[in-house]
Ligand binder design. Sequence first.
Ligand code: NOJ
Length: 743
Amino acid sequence: MNKLILSVVLSIVLMACQNSTHNKQADSIGQKVEKLLSQMTLEEKIGQMWQVNGGYGHDDNIRQGKIGSILNDVDPQNINRLQKIALEESRLGIPLIIARDVIHGFKTVFPIPLGQAASWNPELVEQGCRIAAQEASSTGIRWTFAPMIDISRDARWGRIAESCGEDPYLTSVLGAAMVKGFQGDSLNSETSIIACAKHMAGYGAAEGGRDYNTTLIPPRELRDVYLPPFKAAVDAGVRTFMAAFNDIDGVPATGNEFLFRQVLRNEWHFDGFVVSDWASPWEMINHGFVADEKEAALRAIKAGVNMEMATSTYNDNIKVLIEEGLLDIKIIDQAVRDVLRVKFEMGLFDNPYVAEENQYQFAKPKYLEAAKLAATQSMVLLKNDKNTLPLSLSKKIALIGPMANQAYEQLGTWIFDGDSTLTVTPLKGLQDVFGKDKVMFAEGMAISRTRHQKGYRKAIEQAKKSDVIVFVGGEESILSGEAHSRANIDLPGVQNDLIKELKKTGKPLVLVVMAGRPLTIGAISEYADAVIYAWHPGTMGGAALADIIAGNANPSGKLPVTFPKEVGQIPMHYNHKNTGRPANLDTWTQMYDIPVKAPQTSLGNESHYIDAGFEPLYPFGYGLSYTSFVYSDISLDKEIYAKDDIIAASIKVKNTGEMAGDEIVQLYVRDLVGNVSRPVKELKAFKRISLNEGEETTLTLTLDVNDLAFTNVAMERVVEPGQFELWIGGDSNATLSTFFSVK
Ligand code: NOJ
């Protein structure tokens, strides 16, 4: 008892000390900020609100204190030179922040974020971002424009590659992990790069999946689906936000006071700063939201965007806006205060230079190992008929396909600094694992978009001589990412035809897809005995793939996004509403089976497509393993819960196969009756577990009753009393469920 009291007292004292250190630090930063601000001219304040592109041609402006940040300089010598001008030659010696898009690795490239999300492994994701920060900071970069946590429900949208997929909870957890990884334990560590939660908000809802397109997001959906990952980023300590390009219901995000003043500052109490997207204040002219650059600057600043990226509407107009009384200097002071605070927190005033001895900390063996593990855990086994995989090492492989040996293309979008000389391609990976004599390579197509069949003959010859065909296709890097939306998301070029020709050899065929988005591979998968979805797996993709193909690693990735059968089904996401007439397999009739002249209502009137049905190709959360997992005995610690209770849900999971493996155990909830209609399922918890063959475990997943909250008709966030169904299983089609109530 005494011991208990002592330990409680000690922790209270410790917490009090920690709080007081934190407050003292905050106080002293606050004081430093105020002191500096009081010495600044209007021009110098405006300077802190401008981020310019590239490290050359700005010396004079930096000297005059007219620039606050630079993006896209990666030369440490030049970065140090510019910092020296800022520190030693400008009147107040305010350092620059050097920014760069470090999205999924720097020199060592990790899988695209959508691939990392398929690992459902926050620790691994955090580690990847930590490594990216270590590499990037060794060149002087201290700010990245990541994580991108836009909910993405449309595979046509090229930027789905940069996202964590369709789910608010998974995106929140992984986005927070990314923030922690980039920022590290302390912002003023020289390996810390500040993170930027982007793009606030709703960018992923671009109509038709066409990048930059307008979005129409009902306010409740904005609150319940699109904003939660951004709130989670604030809770994880993210120091910057980026305003999105899109408009939401007519108001461009960059000029959106609701988003940045009301939600971000007033409700979430964020005290970092907001940067525009590239030229996004200026682009409000194109949106038809403002008449000219002056109004653009006014609206963006008033909305709460502290810093303008690339264009100069702030720089050119703030002074006159103040002189004309259109803008209050207090708004400028606050905008600058936020920027300075972060610069102080980062320790840039005391330690602005990148240390010579720290330069070029790239691609260390442990970084490559981490990238390999990330790639391994991100790959999703979608199909494995008759245990085609893994392949025994004695097999002779015909390795074919336009992505089988493309060091650059497998790295994915946003790899400005990625070093493709480090890449292990599938060819190299398979040769290393199976031996050079076991792998016959014929690409068949030079690139994924090749539209002629000149390479077919050689590929088919090789296939005939092999025991098994491994076809590595997909889409090149440039086919996904910013401004690279596609209306048709089949395998491009003549890949489908080549696969069909190869299958005619009668050999087993393993299809590996490297892509930046879900592709509509349903029909072509029929020709494959096994399918691995590898995304763009990064530097170590080929090594990871070879381990999976050989069974040295057991696939464990699960889809972070629903795979549609056809583009026409989009948007398709597991957490949809039930509708008044939910679809039903018992009554659904495929178009070609509908009797001629069938009476109009004879087949039921339900929410489906008569050609494509209503089910996806693969559901959210789906992924196979070389072993199998059986779930049983779902139970809850209570039947009725009150507000603030923690719900503890237990389940038995058994590895019933013949190989050790990881399973991602997923917990979904449905609020059965709501003041507004509620999704049919929502992910609320998950855990990656490892089980040896035959091993069984009972595990408990928890969620807070407050996690059941949603936005009601009155736009209040509430947990409504009532009944809920709770499922636990290996994907969003989980059937094992139980019920509970909230009083
Ligand atoms: C535009 C993109 O939308 C954004 O995500 C990126 O960070 C900036 N350009 C800077 O490159």
